[in-house]
Design a protein around this ligand. Structure first.
Ligand SMILES: [Zn+2]
Length: 299
C-alpha cells in the first residue's frame, strides 16, 4: 500500500482537526523554549505562535544552566519573558554556585518570575527534604524580590499546601499544569495562587472529568493557560511535540467549561497573566511578515 492510502493515524487526526482559527490575545505562561526540540526552531515556533494569537510566552528554567538560557532567549526575543529556578527533580544535581546563579539571574530585566520550583513525589529523584529546602529558597527569594513563583506539584499537594501555609500570608504565584481535583484547587486558591491548565484538560479520558470539574470551580480571575511545551500536547494534536501555538486548544476548552466565549476567556486569562507576571502590554512576539514561516504565502 502506498503512503497515501495508509497514512499515519496521528496525521489523519491532525488533518481532520485542522489548525484552529486564531484566538488572540493569549499568553502561554509555561513553555520550555530552551528544550533541544524547540531551541533550534525558535523563529518558526514563535512565528506560528503569533499567527495562532499567542502574543507573549513565559519561558521556564529547570536548572541553573537552562535558566541562564531562557533568560538569554528572553533578552533576544520580543514578547518572550523568563522564569528562573530549579525544578524539584533536578535539585539533586545542583552544584556549588548554582543557587547564586539563580539569584543573579533573578535580577535580570525580562526575568518575571522564579521557578519552576515545588515538590514531586512521583519521580522520587531528589531526596524530599532537599526538594523542600530548595522550594523554600525560591519562596523566600520571591518574597524578597517581589516576584511571583511558578510551582510544580506532582503527587504531593498536601506537602505544597503545608509549605506555602508556612509563609504566613498570601503567596503570589501560579500552580502550573494543575492536575488535581476541586478540593485541591480550592486549597491553592486559598493560599493566593493562580491556577494554570495545560493540554490534559482537553484529553477525552473520563478520569480527567475531575480535572475539568476543578477547572470549572476556579474563578475566572485566577485562571491561566499554558502549554508546558514540548510536553502535554493537547487533543487533537496528541502524538506530536507541543509548542506555544497549541495553547489555543486549551483556552477553547476552558471557555467551554466556563460557559464564556473563546474571545472573552482569552481576554481574561491574558489580563490575569499580565497582572501576575507584570508583563508590559506592548512587548509582543513580532507578527510574521508575508511569506515568513508561520504565515501562509497566500495570506
Ligand atoms: Zn514545566
Amino acid at each position: 500500500m502506498s503512503m497515501s492510502t495508509n497514512p499515519d493515524p496521528d496525521a489523519v487526526k491532525t488533518k481532520k482537526a485542522g489548525p484552529p482559527p486564531p484566538l488572540e490575545p493569549l499568553v502561554d505562561t509555561h513553555a520550555h523554549l530552551d528544550d533541544p526540540r524547540m531551541r533550534p526552531h525558535l523563529g518558526e515556533i514563535l512565528a506560528r505562535a503569533r499567527r495562532a494569537g499567542v502574543v507573549q510566552v513565559v519561558a521556564i528554567g529547570t536548572t541553573a544552566a537552562d535558566s541562564a538560557d531562557v533568560a538569554a532567549i528572553a533578552g533576544e526575543q520580543p514578547g518572550v519573558f523568563a522564569a528562573v529556578g530549579f525544578q524539584p527533580n533536578n535539585v539533586v544535581d545542583a552544584v556549588a554556585g548554582d543557587w547564586g546563579r539563580i539569584v543573579e539571574l533573578a535580577a535580570r530585566p525580562r526575568v518575571v518570575a522564579l521557578g519552576e520550583t515545588g515538590l514531586d513525589r512521583h519521580w522520587d529523584r531528589s531526596p524530599f527534604g532537599l526538594q523542600q529546602e530548595w522550594f523554600q529558597r525560591h519562596l523566600d527569594l520571591a518574597r524578597e524580590r517581589d516576584l511571583p513563583v511558578v510551582i510544580h506539584c506532582r503527587e504531593c499537594e498536601a506537602d505544597v499546601v503545608a509549605q506555602l501555609a508556612g509563609m504566613g500570608g498570601p503567596v503570589r504565584g501560579v500552580l502550573h499544569s494543575f492536575t488535581g481535583g476541586r478540593e485541591q484547587a480550592e486549597a491553592f486558591l486559598g493560599l493566593g495562587l493562580h491556577i494554570s491548565f495545560a493540554g490534559m484538560l482537553t484529553f477525552a479520558n473520563k478520569n480527567l472529568d475531575a480535572l475539568r470539574e476543578a477547572a470549572a470551580a476556579v474563578p475566572l480571575d485566577r485562571l491561566l493557560v499554558e502549554t508546558d511545551s514540548p510536553y502535554l500536547t493537547p487533543h487533537p494534536l496528541r502524538g506530536r511535540g507541543n509548542e506555544p501555538a497549541f495553547v489555543t486548544w486549551t483556552a477553547r476548552k476552558l471557555a467551554e467549561i466556563h460557559g464564556v466565549s473563546d474571545l472573552e476567556l482569552a481576554r481574561i486569562v491574558t489580563a490575569n497573566a499580565r497582572a501576575l507576571f507584570r508583563l508590559p502590554d506592548a512587548d509582543l512576539i513580532l507578527a510574521p511578515a508575508r511569506g515568513e514561516p508561520g504565515r501562509p504565502a497566500s495570506a
